[in-house]
Design a protein around this ligand. Structure first.
Ligand SMILES: [Zn+2]
Ligand SMILES: [Zn+2]
Ligand SMILES: [Zn+2]
Ligand SMILES: [Zn+2]
Length: 302
């Protein structure tokens, strides 16, 4: 029995301080309206501005409280701009990492297994097997277009985080998906039948589920085509690369965020493996990488 955990990871909010400080006019003109500055004014990114011109044309309004203020703001790759002091006031969404503040990301939900999910992620959350199976068929077709043909009987099950922790040795974001290969043997050791089960977490946003499914389906391809002792970083890195192939042409911020999280993952096996496979595919192409996998258990890099 081989148990192979799936993984993705999320980069946290990045921080940029937007500086807007106040000064006192001394025969200056406003850099926006060209009228004289009188009394207190605002300096923003090197521009001298009437306070009104600053608030009307330059200020970033906080996505949570709606106030435009001087001082520290945070922004992230979703385009959210919020006061720094809101960080910590709201938990981060399990999937998109955004703050689960209703004004920013809608009404959040806490799943029975404890996952806090924002309203936007929850809007596309996949909670029934029929829907998930249809998405898996889509991902199978997406991978086939890249020469990864997963032709294998398998069952797909949606389970919660507690059930996942009972079958997968991975924790956190590395345990969003899991593939189990079971063999039934006769008493003298011959394989009589084989069953493959793909488990994914219930309630993941659609594009995240597609990324996790691509990863797990690549494990199935590796099981069918590659040596049994394939190096773990080569295996996990290849599965992450399959997620990349499946999602890279999808529009919208979710696929982009998922792809960023593959690239920024600092885990040695998953993130390191992914970046190594990516470099290798840049040299030899997708076909060369798949051909290599079929006969080489060791990675093509040092
Ligand atoms: Zn995996
Ligand atoms: Zn002005
Ligand atoms: Zn605010
Ligand atoms: Zn979210």
């Amino acid at each position: 029995m081989t148990r192979l955990p799936g993984l993705i990871s999320i980069s946290l909010l990045s921080c940029v301080a937007l500086l807007a400080i106040c000064g006192t006019a001394a025969a200056l003109d406003c850099d926006h309206c060209r009228q004289a500055l009188v009394g207190q004014y605002t300096v923003y990114e090197g521009k001298n501005l009437h306070d009104r011109c600053y608030y009307d044309h330059y200020a970033q309004y906080c996505g949570i409280c709606g106030e435009a203020r001087t001082g520290q703001y945070y922004h992230n790759s979703w385009g959210d701009v919020v006061h720094a002091f809101h960080i910590g006031e709201f938990p981060n969404c399990e999937y998109c990492s955004r703050l689960t503040a209703e004004n920013l990301t809608g009404k959040d939900t806490t799943y029975p297994d404890g996952r806090r999910v924002c309203g936007i992620c929850n809007a596309t959350a996949v909670t029934d097997t029929k829907h998930a199976t249809a998405l898996m068929d889509t991902v199978v077709s997406m991978l086939r277009r890249h020469g990864i043909d997963v032709d294998h009987d398998l069952t797909l099950q949606l389970i919660d985080k507690l059930e996942m922790s009972s079958i997968s040795p991975a924790t956190g974001r590395e345990a969003w998906g899991f593939t189990e290969f079971r063999e039934c043997r006769s008493w003298f050791g011959l394989v009589q039948s084989q069953e493959t089960a793909v488990y994914v977490l219930i309630g993941m946003p659609r594009e995240f589920l597609m990324g996790v499914l691509a990863h797990e389906l690549m494990h199935v391809w590796v099981f069918d085509h590659a040596p049994a002792d394939t190096d773990v970083a080569l295996d996990e890195g290849s599965c992450e690369y399959a997620s990349y192939l499946a999602l890279k042409d999808l529009p919208g911020p979710y696929a982009r965020f998922y792809l960023e999280s593959l690239m920024n993952n600092d885990d040695l096996l998953y993130g390191g493996g992914y970046r190594s496979v990516r470099r290798y595919v840049q040299q030899v192409g997708v076909e060369g990488w798949l051909t290599y996998l079929k006969t080489n258990p060791e990675p093509p890099w040092d």
